[in-house]
Design a binder for this molecule. Structure first.
Ligand code: FE2
Length: 206
């Protein structure tokens, strides 16, 4: 399980020093209770100018590698595509750091104009879809755009984005089944298993 706490300055003021201790304690508890679950520590980072600084200081929490580049999860605001994001993506591209934009299907600009995702793709981003967006966790327009983006080939892979056991639970199994029915089992397996596995295999699992 890849742990991706929000880093959202002003809202979730997490930094590596805050989350590392909690993560280490969680790993200790799993071992103490003989729970055979491996964890790794990443983050979901809300777009901000500090990303450049964190990258320069090698403090950017990565979830693995994409095409031999360190890869991290980048979150846009839900309301719109943030101003300046293409500049940030191009800076990251020049510095051989891969931005994975999470749940683009829940961004209201993209919901209204799905074609706007192309600008982000062309600036170097890849995209992580949320399993619950394929089912009916979010509003129906999210579900519709999610399937459209899948058909257009925008999702590099799908993740649970699990937050809890009730409202935002792990929906990977039902999502995989739905994708399999739509586009076949081979693509479903790649999107939900083999691609995430290949990205995260290089990371420090504990
Ligand atoms: Fe998010």
């Amino acid at each position: 399980m890849m742990c991706t706490p929000h880093w959202h300055l002003g809202r979730y003021d997490n930094h590596i020093y805050d989350v590392q201790g909690v993560f280490d304690e969680t790993v200790r508890q799993l071992h103490a209770h003989n729970i055979p679950l491996k964890l790794a520590l990443g983050a979901e980072i809300r777009m901000c100018t500090e990303i450049v600084q964190w990258a320069q200081q090698a403090n950017l929490p990565v979830i693995g590698q994409w095409q031999s580049k360190p890869a991290f999860l980048l979150e846009m605001s839900h309301s719109h595509i943030p101003a300046g994001i293409e500049n940030l993506l191009m800076w990251l591209k020049q510095h051989r750091i891969q931005a994975i934009i999470v749940h683009p299907e829940r961004n209201r600009d993209i919901l209204k104009h799905p074609e706007k995702i192309k600008r982000l793709h062309d600036a170097g981003a890849i995209f992580q879809g949320t399993a619950g967006s394929f089912t009916d966790t979010f509003k129906s327009d999210v579900q519709k755009v999610t399937w459209q983006l899948l058909e257009e080939g925008y999702f590099a892979y799908v993740a649970s984005d699990m937050h809890d056991l009730s409202r935002r639970y792990n929906q990977m199994a039902e999502c995989r089944e739905l994708i399999s029915q739509h586009v076949g089992d081979e693509q479903a397996q790649a999107l939900t298993l083999t691609i995430p596995q290949s990205i995260t295999q290089s990371i420090n699992w504990q």
